[in-house]
Ligand binder design. Structure first.
Ligand code: HEM
Length: 510
């Protein structure tokens, strides 16, 4: 057993060394302090409480617990308090779960924030002769691409324009689910949600359906969904292994990582090519047209890669986020009823969702936000600090990774009243206009210039699906056993969510 540890130590150290910027050093500038008196001299880094095992800091445990890191970090914060550090390989990661400390990290993330570089993705892209993923790009190389993509992706006009498309796909999806129900009417949602998110992407970005609701056999859409899932799974398996070592000792996973990436690129390229070939005034996508034609792309390859990244990044995240919302609503019939009252009031009888419906749907928005609070698909926010800072009076050198565990924050009674409870009303401002919880504790899409680029589309998609489903149906879970979740790069359900849809009396036309 011990020899395994010895073998892993250089492997892990190497990975983490590669994660660090060249010329890593401790600068003498300290930005500020918080919680602890600002005037006192910063305490040294090593005085931060540390989670460590006898061997290799906390390396083995951190890797061992990665699939449940959302809970693991919560356990560690309960043990050590709002700030602790852990050594993984040769490097220290600081974890903070306190609003003031989080604010300090966010304030100092810089103009081109970084979550670090994942050597696996870097190497795989080189092998495939593909461009670097936006998620792995750094500095101006990242900023330049991000600006181009932001123009369309964070443009509220573009987002609102997709309301009819998302509504249509969501209505079809609901009908599809009804047709999939077993004899007892229950449908296993986990396997179905990605079909909806892929079709939504197809309709909004390519102006057409991709076939997920019509054919269960091996279709391109199924291949794409499986490839995205495989890509996430192999990323998790290999993320702590240096690519050179993975190629030799983790051959199967490495090959699967390259194969799934290749499928994503091959199919993604085909979707974009088909769009360009068949695009007419009638079937064109305003969103994709804006992204393609209103930008100065360095090359066609850069443009296509950007679109493929959006597709890959958007499928599993939106689908799991919606699955969590449906699970929570299914276990809370009283919240479904309250939501139904609002939806019945604001949605017209003809079933058409108005462009501005969200501004009149505070309870719907609160339900979706609350579901994302309890089950954030991105379980943490990570930044590699570009400057020295001080956290809780401790000196944090430039280059250190700071992790804010979003899942853990959501479950702290010191931050949220009755934190574990699904309570959408906590997102409705009270009479004095205040929220009951502090700022800097809720950001399921990240925050700052590097926050999720698909955020606006994602929020709209989830809200529309939930609105159409609960305007017309109640949902019931087959078994009310608590949902189990796992981290597979993103947070996923690890137990089945089987629901039955029961039509409401005042059912709309679909
Ligand atoms: C409910 C759905 C989603 C959630 C909860 C989510 C969450 C996140 C989070 C937490 C980050 C890291 C942000 C940071 O470091 O500050 C991120 C990044 C990213 N997301 Fe999402 N996401 C979702 C949907 C989407 C969609 C629909 C797309 C594409 C259309 C997308 C594309 C991306 C990309 C490309 C990045 C990397 C951005 C960069 O590094 O500049 N995401 N997402």
């Amino acid at each position: 057993m011990l020899s395994i540890f010895h073998r892993m130590e250089p492997v892990l150290s190497h990975t983490l060394k590669r994660l660090l910027p060249v010329g890593w050093r401790v600068s003498r500038t300290v930005v500020s302090t918080n919680i602890v008196n600002e005037n006192t001299a910063p305490r040294p880094f090593h005085e931060i409480p540390e989670e460590r095992q006898i061997l290799f800091g906390n390396t083995i445990n951190a890797i061992w617990n990665y699939h449940r890191c959302h809970e693991y970090w919560l356990d560690l914060h309960r043990k050590h308090g709002p700030i602790f550090r852990q050594r993984i390989g040769k490097e220290h990661f600081v974890c903070v779960a306190d609003p003031q400390l989080v604010a300090e990290v966010v304030r100092n993330e810089g103009k081109c924030p970084s979550r670090g570089v994942l050597p696996l993705w870097d190497e795989a892209r080189k092998d495939m002769n593909e461009l670097q993923t936006i998620a792995n790009r750094q500095g101006e190389y990242w900023q330049c691409l991000r600006r181009k993509m932001n123009r369309t992706m964070l443009n509220s006009v573009m987002v609102n324009m997709s309301v009819p498309d998302v509504s249509k796909v969501s209505k079809d999806f609901i009908q599809y689910l009804l047709s999939k129900g077993a004899k007892d009417g229950y449908v296993h949602l986990n396997n179905e949600m990605s079909k909806w998110s892929l079709e939504t992407f197809g309709q909004v970005f390519y102006g057409r359906r991709l076939g997920s609701f019509t054919d269960d056999r091996i279709t391109e859409s199924k291949q794409f969904i499986d490839a995205v899932m495989g890509f996430f799974e192999t990323t998790e398996e290999l993320m702590f292994v240096p690519p050179k070592v993975a190629r030799i000792f983790w051959k199967k996973s490495w090959k699967r990582h390259l194969d799934t990436s290749a499928t994503i690129f091959t199919l993604g390229r085909k979707y974009v090519k088909d769009y360009m070939k068949n695009r007419t005034e009638e079937n064109k996508s305003e969103v994709l047209d804006d992204l393609i034609f209103n930008n100065e792309w360095e090359s066609e390859k850069e443009m296509t890669t950007a679109i493929i990244e959006l597709m890959g990044g958007g499928i599993d995240t939106i689908s799991n986020s919606s699955l969590f919302a449906i699970y929570l609503l299914s276990t809370h019939p009283e919240i479904q009823d309250k939501l139904y009252d609002e939806l019945k009031r604001i949605l017209p009888e003809d079933g058409k969702i108005p462009y501005t419906f969200l501004s009149e749907a505070p309870y719907l928005k609160a339900v979706c936000k609350e579901a994302q609070r309890l089950y954030p698909v991105g379980t943490s926010y990570t930044r590699q600090m570009p400057v020295d800072i001080s956290l809780n009076g401790h000196h944090i050198p430039k280059g250190t990774y700071v992790i804010v565990p979003l899942y853990a924050l959501a479950r702290m009674d010191s931050i949220y009243l009755d934190a574990e409870r699904f309570a959408p009303e906590r997102w409705i401002r009270n009479i004095s206009g205040k929220m009951e919880h502090p700022p800097f504790v809720y950001f399921p899409f990240g925050v700052g210039p590097r926050m999720c680029i698909g955020r606006r589309f994602a929020e709209l998609d989830v809200n529309i699906l939930v609105a159409l489903l609960y305007r017309n149906y109640k949902t019931e879970l087959l078994q009310e056993t608590p949902l189990q979740v796992k981290t597979r790069l993103i947070l996923r359900a690890s137990t089945a969510v089987k629901v039955r849809m029961i039509p409401r009396k005042s059912y709309q036309r679909m």
